[in-house]
Ligand binder design. Structure first.
Ligand SMILES: [Zn+2]
Ligand SMILES: [Zn+2]
Length: 307
């Protein structure tokens, strides 16, 4: 994918820098993970409401953290309300319009909230680009397109979001709110640059013999067992991703581990999403043929909005 790219054009990661000085390497694209380093001196303070308190580097102020990043909610917003499906307290397969202010919780201090914001930026952009690429196919002259992301940062957004739901007691088991442990391991991965254990992390599930009907959305579904949160299913514009937080007996049931990218194609036109991983062994992408337009949303969505 790098061969035809002018190295002096703006980098497709939207950093504003020229590609040559950003993510374009001789061999391929490589968007490096953001380093989560406190810029100020360590505070030596643990805020008892902050879920990252074990790092002993909290500010004294607690922030209002959105369960889902605010910049994803912005992609979905209508009149300060957000169309949401698949929250733990919602009925199965139903859509609700929820005020954005109901989707926050006091679970992180301002320092730790700010430290995680690069992950929000990355997933917010990923969410927006999937919508944009799909809508661009409806133009009179659709063009080839490319966008570049960091896999580790997207994966850490998923972990951060799982922590948000655990910390605010929003994990349900069989329809009942249940307490799950927010493990030290999660905090070390997020803030101390510890790698995910083997087979933990992001998966992408391709539905078998069934088209994906893209629509603007975000959802969170927990998969629990042995009193643990074992995985989370995220539907990102109805594309199914998993964050696996255990050693699965059969990892392939969750789909492709750490996909290197996604390409949507229709005829000769290709819209490519590069997902870069620092370990080159994750080198298999996913190719999705676009069939027909996806301008609208599922029918039940329209019905809901009429209510
Ligand atoms: Zn870049
Ligand atoms: Zn904190």
């Amino acid at each position: 994918m790098t061969s035809h790219f002018n190295p002096y054009d703006p980098c497709p990661c939207e950093s504003g820098n020229k590609a040559k000085f950003c993510c374009l390497t001789i061999k391929s694209w490589n968007k490096k993970p953001k380093l989560i380093k406190p810029t100020e001196a360590i505070s030596n303070f643990s805020h008892n409401k902050c879920y990252a308190q074990k790092t002993i580097n909290c500010s004294t102020k607690i922030s209002r953290e959105h369960y889902f990043s605010n910049n994803i909610l912005k992609n979905l917003e209508v009149n300060n309300k957000v169309k949401i499906i698949g929250l733990p307290w919602q009925e199965k397969e139903t859509f609700n319009l929820i005020p954005k202010s109901n989707l926050v919780s006091n679970i992180l201090c301002t320092t730790h909230n700010t430290l995680l914001s690069p992950f929000d930026d990355e997933m917010g952009r990923f969410h927006r680009i999937i919508i944009k690429f799909d809508e661009d196919f409806n133009l009179d002259n659709p063009k080839n397109d490319l966008s570049v992301f960091c896999g580790e940062d997207l994966e850490k957004w998923m972990l951060k979001t799982a922590c948000n739901f655990i910390a605010s007691n929003q994990i349900y088991r069989g329809g009942v709110k249940s307490n799950y442990m927010l493990k030290d391991e999660y905090i070390d991965i997020l803030f101390n640059d510890k790698p995910f254990p083997e087979n933990w992390g992001m998966y992408f599930k391709i539905p078998e013999n069934k088209p994906i009907q893209k629509f603007k959305s975000i959802s969170f579904r927990s998969i629990t067992g042995n009193n643990e949160l074992q995985a989370v299913e995220f539907l990102i514009n109805n594309f199914k991703f998993y964050l696996v937080l255990c050693q699965p007996a059969n990892p392939s049931l969750f789909g492709k581990y750490r996909p290197r990218g996604m390409q949507f194609y229709e005829g000769d036109i290709k819209k490519t999403i590069e997902i870069c991983w620092q370990d080159e062994k994750y080198n298999e992408g996913i190719f999705l043929e676009r069939k027909g337009t996806a301008r609208g949303e599922p029918k039940e969505w329209d019905d809901y909005l009429k209510k």
